[in-house]
Design a protein around this ligand. Structure first.
Ligand code: KIV
Length: 271
């Protein structure tokens, strides 16, 4: 998958699929399943690192996890989130940090939050060859300004603001924009207005594509599930059950089994 393929999907009316990934094994599974794009989201702060928000996530952590996802991906487009304070402090710093996500992390593009406030940064990144995906609506790095992870764009004033932010990102050169936690009709209007693809999360069915946090979609993150999430599996329960069986087997002498061969065939290089 390449960035122009996403624009092509929008033109043809074919939906774009995106999930988050944070490590090579999950990336490999999702890539083999045929996902279009893998987002190394700064949601890793919550689902991998155990924080309450995305704010403590550092650029080094993003580079580290992006490298892992790139290592496990053959086909999907890998997009890395620029974490809090890695692009808001100036264009030169944003260029250096976005560049690291591509050069060291192997990402094909970066994602950052906001509209007018980051338009200059987006323009410069795009100009020097760092493709940018925008993100408007609920922008989790501003969770304290919003007063929590809440729906955005319900009043006509807020809706007009979200629309303007999305237009600004397109004008600045973003190749796509994530619409998070906004009303369905607003997401529909933005999707019809923009030439670039919209990727929704909690924004209804009218977007050009959808993204979910994989740990939510597969039931791995059990602390909190946003109401718009569909659980496609209950892997948290499956792992809990499997771990319980292992613990019981070891405690009761059922594993390892006596007499079972302890060596297998040589591992093939590259597997
Ligand atoms: O960090 C993330 O996972 C995201 C998605 C929620 C879009 O930004």
């Amino acid at each position: 998958m390449r960035i122009p393929d996403l624009a092509d999907r929008k033109k043809r009316g074919q939906k774009i699929t995106m999930l988050t990934a944070y490590d090579a094994t999950m990336a490999r599974l999702l890539d083999r399943a045929g996902i279009d794009a893998l987002l190394v989201g700064d949601s890793l702060g919550m689902v991998i690192l155990g924080y309450d928000t995305t704010l403590p996530v550092t650029l080094d952590a993003m580079v580290h996890h992006t490298r892992a996802v790139s290592n496990g991906t053959r086909r999907a487009l890998v997009i890395a989130d620029m974490p809090f304070l890695s692009y808001q402090t100036g264009i030169a710093e944003a260029v250096r940090n976005g560049g690291r996500l591509m050069q060291e992390g192997g990402a094909a593009a970066v994602k950052l939050e906001g509209g007018r406030a980051v338009a200059d940064v987006v323009s410069r990144l795009v100009e020097i060859g760092i493709p940018v995906m925008g993100h408007v609506g609920l922008t989790p790095q501003s969770v304290h300004r919003f007063g929590g992870f809440r729906r955005v764009g319900k009043s006509s004033h807020e809706a007009a603001h979200v629309m303007a932010e999305a237009r600004t990102l397109q004008a600045a050169g973003a190749f796509a924009v994530v619409l998070e936690s906004i009303p369905d009709d607003l997401a529909k209007a933005i999707t019809e207005e923009l030439a670039i693809p919209t990727i929704g999360i909690g924004a209804g069915p009218h977007c050009d594509g959808q993204v979910l946090v994989s740990y939510d979609a597969f039931g791995l993150y059990q602390e909190f599930t946003p109401p718009f999430v569909k659980r496609y599996a209950e892997l948290g329960d499956t792992i809990g059950k499997a771990a319980g069986e292992y613990i019981s087997d070891v405690r009761n002498g059922r594993f390892p089994e006596a007499g079972r061969p302890r060596t297998g065939p040589e591992r093939e290089p590259g597997r």
